[in-house]
Write a protein that binds this ligand. Structure first.
Ligand code: ADP
Ligand code: MG
Length: 227
C-alpha cells in the first residue's frame, strides 16, 4: 500500500487564515495563564485537580496555535544548505527521553555521507518531531522506532518506521486533512503542518502501512546543487 499525498489547495486557504487567528488568540491566552497561576498560588493547594485540568487544556490550545502559526510562516523563511543527517540526529537526541518514557526504543541509521538539501532547519526539525511524536503515539504499549536516512534514485530519503497500530488503507488519504485525528487528545494538525513544510521544500511524502503491524513514512527531498 503506497500513496503519495498532496493537499496544497486546502493548505493555502487554512494557511492564510492561520496567522490572524493565532495571533489574536495568543494574547488573551498569555493573560489567562498568568492569572490562573496567581489564582492557584492563592488557593494554597486547594482544588489541585481543577488546576491540573485547566493547565492541560491551556497547553492543548497552545499546541493548536503553535501548529497553526508554523503553517502561516513558510512564505517568509530563508533557505540554507542543510545536512539532513544533522537534523535527524538532533531529533533523535531530542525525542529519545520521551520515547523511553513510553517504552519506545529509538534507533538511528544515518547514511555515511552528509546529505545536503536547500531548506530551513527549524521547519525540517518540526517535520521530524511531528513524525516521531505520531510514531510514539501509535505504539501505546511500546516498541521500536527507526529513523533512517538514505539515497534512493538520487533523491534524499528520510524513513520513520514504527511498529504501531497502523493506518487502514481507506484512511491514508485523510492524512494531512485539517483536524483529521483518531486520538482523543489529538489536534489533527500535525500532518497538515508537516505536509505543508515538505511541499515548501519541494519534497514529497509516501506512506506504507499495515494495520496492527506498523507504518513507514518516507520523505523525499532533492539534493542541493549548491556546494
Ligand atoms: P494528531 O497526531 O493530533 O492526531 P496528526 O495530523 O499528527 O494529528 O495525525 C493525524 C492522524 O494520522 C492521527 O490521529 C493518526 O490516526 C494517523 N497517524 C499519523 N501518524 C501515524 C502513525 N505513525 N501510525 C498510525 N497512525 C498515524
Ligand atoms: Mg500528531
Amino acid at each position: 500500500m503506497l500513496e503519495q499525498l498532496r493537499k496544497s489547495d486546502t493548505l493555502n486557504v487554512v494557511g492564510e487564515l492561520a496567522a490572524g487567528i493565532a495571533h489574536e488568540i495568543r494574547n488573551p491566552m498569555t493573560a489567562l495563564k498568568g492569572f490562573i497561576q496567581l489564582l492557584e498560588k492563592s488557593m494554597a493547594g486547594q482544588h489541585q485537580m481543577y488546576f491540573q485540568v485547566i493547565s492541560t487544556e491551556l497547553q492543548r490550545i497552545e499546541t493548536i496555535i503553535t501548529e497553526f502559526l508554523i503553517l502561516a510562516k513558510p512564505q517568509a523563511v530563508k533557505f540554507d544548505r542543510v545536512n539532513i543527517n544533522d537534523r535527524v540526529k538532533e531529533t533523535f537526541d531530542l525525542m529519545n527521553a520521551q520515547a523511553l518514557m513510553h517504552n519506545v526504543t529509538m534507533h538511528c541509521d544515518l547514511h555515511a555521507d552528509p546529505l545536503f538539501i536547500q531548506g530551513e532547519s527549524n521547519q525540517l526539525k518540526q517535520v521530524l518531531i511531528n513524525f516521531v511524536k505520531n510514531a510514539i503515539e501509535a505504539m501505546p504499549s511500546g516498541g521500536s522506532l527507526r529513523l533512517r536516512t538514505l539515497v534512493e534514485h538520487n533523491e534524499i530519503c528520510i524513513e520513520i518506521k514504527d511498529e504501531g497500530v497502523g493506518i487502514p488503507e481507506d484512511k491514508i488519504k485523510k492524512l494531512g486533512e485539517p483536524f483529521y485525528t483518531t486520538k482523543e487528545r489529538g489536534t489533527g494538525l500535525g500532518l497538515m503542518v508537516t505536509l505543508n513544510i515538505i511541499k515548501e521544500h519541494d519534497g514529497r511524502m509516501e506512506v506504507e502501512s499495515s494495520v496492527g503491524k506498523g507504518t513507514i513514512f518516507k520523505v523525499f527531498f532533492k539534493r542541493s546543487k549548491h556546494v
